[in-house]
Ligand binder design. Structure first.
Ligand SMILES: [Zn+2]
Length: 353
């Protein structure tokens, strides 16, 4: 009889082979021991736009901009302040202004508790920091919004702080820069939040009369009552690329007008094309562009305002105003090239029907 490794060949052997199909002859798979790769938390970040996993240090070195696609990560108010002011040095002012809870507002939890929580989390009194310092050698007053504090919403404390920053700029005769990052007016303070829009706009009117420049920087996102007031009232309105800027949300608009909105609606590039912004500036260039803008806007205004204050004849003031960019006689004042917008304004002639 012929003997095969599986048994004697014949009916019995075939049976054995057939059974082998159903029997587990092979060893069951051994559970593979998973060795978890230890990655320290926060070493890598995923880009929200191109979905690439990037080394966090690389992003930080790049001013929190994705090196692959140029997506601007949201950064805190303090990070922005130290990246803008000369040597990252600035002085915080108006730190003792707090919102109270006049309406005893309550949603999922009382507003009072919410405020306390965010104050502990961010170490800020409210969603805005007022700071004074030099930017490219020019003394400026800066108000900057913190999205991490209740979505950067504007309540009475934020409104009051912005107003005080404007008044300080007037008092010290220096330019004002406001950097917005906000979900809009704070509903927990109802009409008090909305009234801030008028208060700030009125103060900005005075700043304008005092001929002091106000540059508004709009970052992702700038929406609601903030867009509807000071964010859009700058002598220059500058935005970061692809920032969401709008008043009402896109879905609400779509439902109201019953139309599909165009692509890129409410993004910086769309607003620039439609004349709502002056230019779009990448974060890495923001400091340089602000410096140049201040040089262009401020020297002229300061001279005129200074002259007016000292009671100089109005002809002299008018002469300076008429020749804003005249170089100084000693040649000390260089001609400053105006910032080149990275996204040039496209001209779209309206369709004639
Ligand atoms: Zn990216």
């Amino acid at each position: 009889m012929l003997v095969t490794p599986l048994g004697p060949l014949g009916t019995g052997g075939r049976l054995l082979m057939e059974i082998a199909w159903f029997k587990k002859i092979r060893k069951p798979k051994q559970a593979v021991e998973h060795r978890r790769i230890q990655v320290p938390e926060g070493l890598w970040v995923k880009c929200n736009s191109c979905k690439e996993i990037i080394y966090k240090k690389e992003v930080l070195r790049n001013a929190n901009v994705c090196p692959k696609c140029g997506y601007h990560f949201r950064i805190s108010a303090r990070e922005r302040l130290s990246s803008l002011f000369d040597e990252g040095r600035y002085q915080e002012v108006d730190t003792d202004i707090y919102s109270i809870d006049p309406l005893k507002f309550r949603d999922a939890k009382p507003y009072k508790d919410r405020l306390r929580e965010y104050r502990e989390k961010t170490g800020l009194s409210d969603a805005l920091i007022n700071a004074r310092g030099t930017l490219g050698g020019t003394q400026v007053m800066m108000s900057i919004m913190e999205y991490g504090f209740m979505g950067g919403s504007m309540g009475s404390a934020v409104g009051e702080k912005v107003t005080r920053a404007i008044e300080r700029a007037m008092e010290e005769q220096i330019p004002l820069v406001i950097i917005s990052c906000s979900g809009g007016a704070r509903m927990q303070e109802g009409a008090l939040s909305l009234m801030q829009m008028a208060k700030i706009a009125a103060a900005l009117g005075k700043l304008h009369e005092a001929r002091l420049p106000f540059i508004s920087v709009l970052t992702d996102p700038t929406t609601g009552g903030v867009t509807a007031s000071y964010a859009m009232l700058g002598d220059l309105n500058i935005a970061e690329p692809k920032a969401l800027i709008g008043f009402a949300g896109a879905r609400v608009i779509e439902q109201t007008i019953r139309e599909t909105l165009p692509e890129g609606f409410q993004r910086s590039e769309f607003l620039l094309e439609h004349g709502m912004l002056d230019f779009i500036v990448e974060r890495r260039q923001m400091r340089d562009v602000l410096t140049q803008c201040l040089r262009v806007l401020y020297d002229r205004d300061r001279s005129a305002a200074g002259l007016r204050r000292s009671g100089a004849p109005s002809e002299d003031v008018e002469k300076i105003e008429a020749e804003p960019h005249a170089p100084a006689m000693d040649g000390s004042r260089r001609t400053v090239p105006f910032p080149t917008p990275i996204a040039a304004r496209k001209h779209h002639p309206p369709e004639i029907r």
